[in-house]
Write a protein that binds this ligand. Structure first.
Ligand SMILES: [Cu+2]
Length: 411
């Protein structure tokens, strides 16, 4: 019932609050005016004053068509970022038809194996856009819009020169149209205009992967930012011919932001805060869809052994923030800056910048066992959820690191 309370409180504040304010003002005015005037004159004056006030206030103040959020004018090419109020009603009418996902996080280990063939081929990629309900943080529920039911969506791996046939099915339970803009595609909208699928529809796009690199893909159904801020993004790797240098472990992590009307940690079902998104002030900034997605030693655990070469595919779904990606206690041997796989990689890098709608590829070889924390080094964002842990097992290495380790508790 928490979700119902959180919705009702919002409707109460936004709409009923206004009615109450006008009613209270009218009563107050009447009480004051009645002291000096006849009942008829007092009522007439109240009607005139409240009428004028409503006349001037309502056209500017009331949400158009009860659009959520109120008072919003924007200038994007298509579709306001605000969700029409009827969508909120629709959401609750269809509440029981949404799949309740126990863990929204994509497993960072869920990376297809490297491509070993040398000839190009036709890759068939099948994705389902699905709106689900899951936890953004313990007890904090979010209506996620996903590709294949997780955040981020599946890691897609093709080779330079491949023909890629993408089939996007928008699940029948969806309330919104969805599509995909692949940054790996050359063509209008990155394919978004071809793949735009209404609930229940299936669309197909065929493209040639001309440029090697690690690319973001995301929903671009208007309003694109709103769809991305619900979790609709992922990465597609176009491997260069001949592949990438061999590593022992590949991991897939994406940063993303969630804009909730409830402040950080407020329990219950959250409603999307359009204004916070426009202002670029997310309540939650997370790796792989939720707080704690990559911090456990068991669920979605990232685990390697000392001496193993690790490659991370790190993307930033945004929608507003630039990430300063860093692994505490490690130095990147190589950074394929801005995920360019055809440039000479940078070497010996501490922190790399990952733009919104961009990605990076880094590799390093842990030499000392322990826990290594992935962060966006705008470190206050850790408290909003932006961190994960890489567990490194193996024998101590006193030659390069020695001393007595203490527990790092707070304060
Ligand atoms: Cu979408």
């Amino acid at each position: 019932m928490l979700w119902l309370v959180s919705l009702l409180s919002y409707i109460f504040v936004q709409t009923l609050g206004l009615v109450i304010a006008f009613t209270a003002a009218a009563i107050l005015l009447y009480v004051i005016l009645r002291k000096f005037h006849s009942r008829f004159a007092a009522m007439l004056s109240v009607l005139v004053l409240v009428g004028i006030s409503i006349f001037f206030y309502v056209p500017n103040g009331l949400p158009q068509g009860f659009e959520y959020t109120a008072f919003l004018t924007t200038y994007g090419p298509a579709g306001s970022p605000a969700l029409p109020f009827k969508n909120v009603i629709q959401f609750f009418l269809h509440f029981n038809s949404f799949e309740k996902v126990s863990d929204i996080a994509r497993d960072p280990n869920d990376v297809p194996p490297p491509i070993t063939r040398t000839a190009t081929t036709t890759d068939h990629v099948s994705i389902t856009a699905k709106e689900v309900i899951s936890e953004l943080a313990p007890g904090v529920y979010q209506n996620f819009w996903t590709f294949d039911g997780t955040v981020p969506g599946p890691f897609i791996r093709v080779m330079e020169g491949d023909t890629v046939v993408v089939t996007l099915h928008n699940d029948a339970t969806s309330l919104h149209p969805h599509t995909i803009d692949f940054h790996a595609v050359i063509g209008p909208g990155g394919g978004a205009s071809v793949l735009l699928a209404q609930p229940g529809e299936t669309k197909t796009l065929t493209f040639t992967a001309l440029h090697p690199g690690l690319y973001v893909y995301h929903c671009a159904s208007p309003n694109a930012a709103t769809h991305m801020a619900h979790g609709q993004y992922g990465l597609i790797l176009v491997e260069p011919k001949g592949g990438l240098p061999k590593v022992d472990k590949e991991l897939y992590v994406m940063q993303g932001e969630f804009y909730t009307t409830g402040t950080l940690g407020k329990k219950g079902l959250q409603i999307f805060d359009t204004r916070a998104m426009l202002d670029g002030q997310p309540q939650y900034i997370v790796f792989n869809g939720r707080t704690g997605a990559l911090t456990s030693t068991t669920t979605n655990a990232m685990r390697v052994n000392v001496g193993e070469k690790v490659r991370m595919y790190f993307g930033n779904g945004g929608v507003n923030l630039v990430s300063s990606f860093h692994v505490i206690g490690e130095i990147f041997d190589h950074v394929y800056q801005e995920a360019s796989l055809t440039s000479v990689p940078l070497t010996d890098v501490q922190t790399t910048v990952v733009p919104a709608g961009g990605a990076t590829v880094v590799d390093f070889t842990p030499l000392v066992p322990g826990n290594y924390v992935l962060v966006d080094h705008a470190l206050a964002r850790m408290d909003r959820g932006a961190w994960g842990v890489l567990h490194v097992d193996g024998p101590a290495n006193g030659d390069i690191f020695r001393g007595e380790q203490q527990q790092m508790a707070g304060h």
